[in-house]
Ligand binder design. Structure first.
Ligand code: PEP
Ligand code: MG
Length: 869
């Protein structure tokens, strides 16, 4: 088995085998770009190593050796040579990028002898010892698990002893002394001397990178991003180039477009005289890339040219790592850049405009879940004017948040578990902080730039972040943050504006932000390409307006019970429920009808010619009855009854199992007047809008909780009679439909029979799941978590459709209905109708539309477009 592939042999299509980084290094090599030479050890080698109880096979070791020899030939340097040493970097790289989650070692190959060779070759002892001490530190950390702080403490101690302020004050002999101090730390912790044999260093490093696939932070990251544990990581071995080789060297990271806003143009930063890890780890705050133009214009020009070439080649915004060694530019990595939702949308639109990709390709690139991030919150402008600024930093990830500050990931996590809104404030973050970052409303760091760990991770998660806020002195030990004479302590409240980079004292309320324009363009493209419609579950004017703004193609579910909750309405409702005979039922019904007519009219006017499905009353009546003593007394007084009588009626309506009790169509079997009133209100308002403003409304009246053809036929008959009567009275006829929901398993199994009297169907997957699994939709939160943890359930079936159970019932129903009449419309209006993962399944079984809450509409449209294409 070939476990090692040279950069010159691979290509970008091989990310499975070479990891993302390796595949792109190979691709860039193929394009003849200035990439230091090297090779990739495949993910299969990693999996084999982890499987074989973590032992590197002889075969793999031999292949690595062979490839090192090929590198020696190409570079004319020798691994382990005291004259002209070849030094390499060892970097992890899995199929999906997991920034900073796994490990990297630079300057590998240095030892007490080769360091002399490096001095000899470069004439720069300061540089060579600096490289050596970095190797000791990284190797110690990654391979042997020595706490990085052990080294940092010694460096700080050394500097203070010598009165040095910054690392640049250290001379060759200082770094040399530190090399020896670091070696002592190594010996003390591991009880072994630092390995001098470069091949031994390499083997240990490769093994450590393989093992890092299973370290805690990598596992957490994968859970969070739904990445499989079975992929393994590749390892890239590459000739070192040195960004820390004096003031004409440097290293940086740049995006070909702005990853936060999507704006076109190079966006990035670099550090002079530094090695790659310094930028990514956010240890020093870098300069914007535009300054490179002043310092080394020819390098800047070349970078612009190459980054443009890469963007066109990959047809996407690139995130490029580069190093400059003595004014020589090298590319160390390119990948499709991680970006905010806003940037992702903008870049897609630009690439379509520039003719680089098609609309179809653009839609495929947008992840439906990003839409939720698109509409970021912003602070209320009036409140913002009065707010007190605490500090300013870099606007690393947009959004607005407020919360209590915590200085360690652990404390943040604890506070969040107790229900607090937390903001993580740190000098800089590292992958170890991931669990604290995930629970934070916002992240603030005092060091590091726009591409630091905090910034990249926060953007990925859509969490607001201000990075590199250097004016804040963050003391993680004393748990306080100070600017001038203001000190904030753990638990104090701040507000963070990730869009401007400003931090305020106290809590500022925020409102949802909007990027309607971007969203509209994309949803319109989506609609052009979709084969099925997306409607809204909405009934209030505000929700309907929002739904239409977000692209709804109609209303798929208007729950009429939501219209009975105004003070006056509920009072009439209660009167209706208390009625003992037909005459006392009529007065409140009449009032309720007037309310409903008003509501339906508004709905029709807002929807114009779009379809509208109105569901008749569904919940058990006791839900409308008063709960408190005070309310009961009030109702008794208003209806001239005694408190005892009201309590008696409440007791009468009590049910042991209301979800399976007197609700849905069963209410109308016992009291048909309710549905008759609702149907009349629907038809009369539709007639009114057609007559007065010329709208052609075809109202769809939907009966809930039907379980048999007998129920459906009986109720349909009653409603048709009601409608006929209105037609006769008004001497006007309008088209309308009467259909039902499919939310009882029996209804699915007999759907063809029900279809005899139903004009349309809509799956109510909430009840259907409840009744198929026997999980109460109101109580299952108490145990579903345990099911998921014990892997007894793949996912909560109320959130993602249960394909094997509920899904099969749905399939049966669709087949039976289509067999009876292929033209009958079938929709889905349960919660899963707005869940991208479920929508893919629903589309496959052949439903005609999905209906969901307004904010889920754009993601649903996009998912359908992606599946339809
Ligand atoms: C359903 O049961 O899926 C449904 C849409 O109706 P409701 O949630 O109102 O019961
Ligand atoms: Mg239901």
């Amino acid at each position: 088995m070939n476990y090692v592939i040279d950069f010159s042999e691979g290509s970008k299509e091989q990310a499975d085998l070479l990891g993302g980084k390796g595949a792109n290094l190979a691709e860039m090599t193929k394009l003849n770009l200035p990439v230091p030479t090297g090779f990739t050890i495949t993910t299969q080698a990693c999996l084999a190593y982890l499987e074989k109880k973590e032992q590197l096979s002889n075969k793999l070791e031999a292949q690595i050796k062979q490839h090192i020899q090929r590198m020696e030939e190409r570079t004319k340097k020798t691994f382990g040579s005291a004259v002209n040493p070849l030094l390499v970097s060892v970097r992890s790289g899995s199929k999906f990028s997991m920034p900073g989650m796994m490990d990297t070692i630079l300057n590998l190959g240095l030892n007490d002898e080769t360091v002399l060779g490096l001095i000899e070759k470069t004439g720069d002892a300061r540089f060579a010892y600096d490289c050596y001490r970095r190797l000791l530190q990284m190797f110690g950390d990654v391979v042997c698990g020595i706490d990085k702080n052990r080294f940092e403490e010694q460096l700080d101690f050394y500097k203070s002893k010598k009165n040095y302020r910054s690392d640049t004050d250290l001379m060759a002999e200082d770094w040399q002394a530190l090399v020896s101090i670091y070696k002592d730390i190594f010996l003390e912790v591991t009880h072994h001397a630092f390995p001098q044999d470069p091949y031994e260093q390499l083997t240990l490093a490769v093994e450590a990178v393989f093992r890092s696939w299973n370290n805690r932070r990598a596992v957490t990251y994968r859970r969070l991003h739904d990445i499989s544990d079975k992929l393994g990581t590749a390892v890239n071995i590459q000739e070192m180039v040195f960004g820390n080789f004096g003031s004409e060297s440097g290293t940086g990271v740049a995006f070909t477009r702005n990853p936060a806003t999507g704006e076109k143009g190079i966006f990035g930063e670099f550090l002079l005289n530094a090695q790659g890890e310094d930028v990514v780890a956010g240890i020093r705050t870098p300069q914007p890339i535009s300054e490179l133009e002043n310092l080394m214009p020819e390098v800047y020009e070349k970078f612009l040219k190459l980054s443009g070439l890469l963007e066109r080649h990959y047809k996407d915004m690139q995130d490029i790592e580069f190093t400059i060694e003595n004014r020589q530019l090298y590319l160390l990595q390119t990948r499709n850049g991680k970006r905010t939702a806003k940037s992702a949308f903008k870049v897609c639109l630009q690439l379509v405009e520039e003719g680089i990709i098609t609309k179809k390709e653009a839609l495929q690139r947008i992840n439906p879940t990003m839409i939720t991030q698109l509409l970021h919150p912003v602070f209320e402008p009036e409140q913002l004017k009065q707010a007190e600024v605490f500090a300013k930093g870099l606007p690393a990830s947009p959004g607005a948040a407020n919360g209590k500050i915590y200085f360690t990931a652990e404390q943040a996590k604890k506070a969040s578990e107790q229900g607090e809104k937390v903001i993580l404030v740190r000098q800089e973050t590292s992958p170890e902080d991931i669990e604290g970052m995930v629970v934070s409303e916002a992240i603030v760091t005092s060091r590091g730039g726009m591409t630091s760990h905090a910034a990249v991770v926060a953007r990925g998660m859509g969490v607001c972040c201000v990075a590199g806020c250097e004016e804040i002195y963050v003391d993680e030990f004393l748990e306080q943050a100070t600017v001038g004479d203001v000190t904030l302590r753990q638990g104090d409240t701040i507000s963070v504006d990730g869009t401007t980079g400003t931090i305020y004292r106290g809590s500022i309320p925020y409102v949802q932000g909007d990027e309607w324009q971007l969203l509209e363009t994309v949803t319109n493209w989506g609609k052009e390409m979709s084969r099925i419609d997306v409607k809204a579950n909405a009934e209030t004017p505000a929700d309907i307006k929002m739904a239409l703004k977000l692209g709804a193609q109609g209303i798929g579910l208007a729950r009429t019970e939501h219209m009975f909750f105004g003070e006056q309405r509920i009072f009439e409702m209660r009167k209706m429920i208390l009625a003992e005979d037909e005459p006392s039922l009529l007065a409140p019904l009449h009032k309720l009808k007037e309310f409903q007519k008003e509501d339906f009219r508004t709905m029709f006017e807002l929807l114009k010619d779009k379809p509208c499905t109105i569901r008749l009353l569904d919940p058990p009546l006791h839900e409308f009855l008063p709960q408190t003593e005070e309310e009961i007394i009030h109702l008794a007084n208003e209806t001239e009854r005694t408190v005892g009588q009201i309590k008696h009626r409440i007791a009468e309506l009590h049910e042991q199992n209301p979800m399976l009790g007197h609700r849905g169509c069963r209410l109308a079997i016992t009291t048909p007047q309710i549905y008759e009133m609702q149907a009349a209100a629907i038809i009369e308002s539709a007639m009114a809008v057609s007559q007065e403003i010329g709208l052609t409304v075809v109202p769809e009246i939907m009966i809930p909780l039907i379980g048999s053809k007998e129920e459906m036929a009986w109720l349909r008959e009653r409603l048709v009679q009601t409608v006929q009567q209105i037609f006769e009275e008004k001497q006007q006829i309008i088209p309308y439909k009467i259909g039902t929901m499919l939310e009882i398993p029996r209804a699915c199994l007999t759907a063809d029979e029900i279809a005899e009297t139903a004009d349309f169907f809509s799956f109510g997957t909430n009840d259907l799941t409840q009744l198929t699994y026997g999980f109460s939709r109101d109580d299952s939160v108490k145990f579903i978590g345990a099911y998921e943890e014990r892997k007894l359930l793949k996912a909560d079936p109320f959130q993602h459709i249960d394909e094997e159970g509920v899904g099969v019932l749905m399939k049966i129903a669709v087949e039976k209905i289509r067999k009876y009449d292929p033209k009958i419309k079938i929709g889905v209006c349960g919660e899963v109708g707005g869940d991208p993962q479920s929508i893919r399944f629903l589309q496959k079984i052949g439903v005609d539309y999905v209906s969901c809450s307004p904010y889920r509409i754009p993601a649903a449209i996009l998912t359908i477009a992606q599946e339809s294409a």
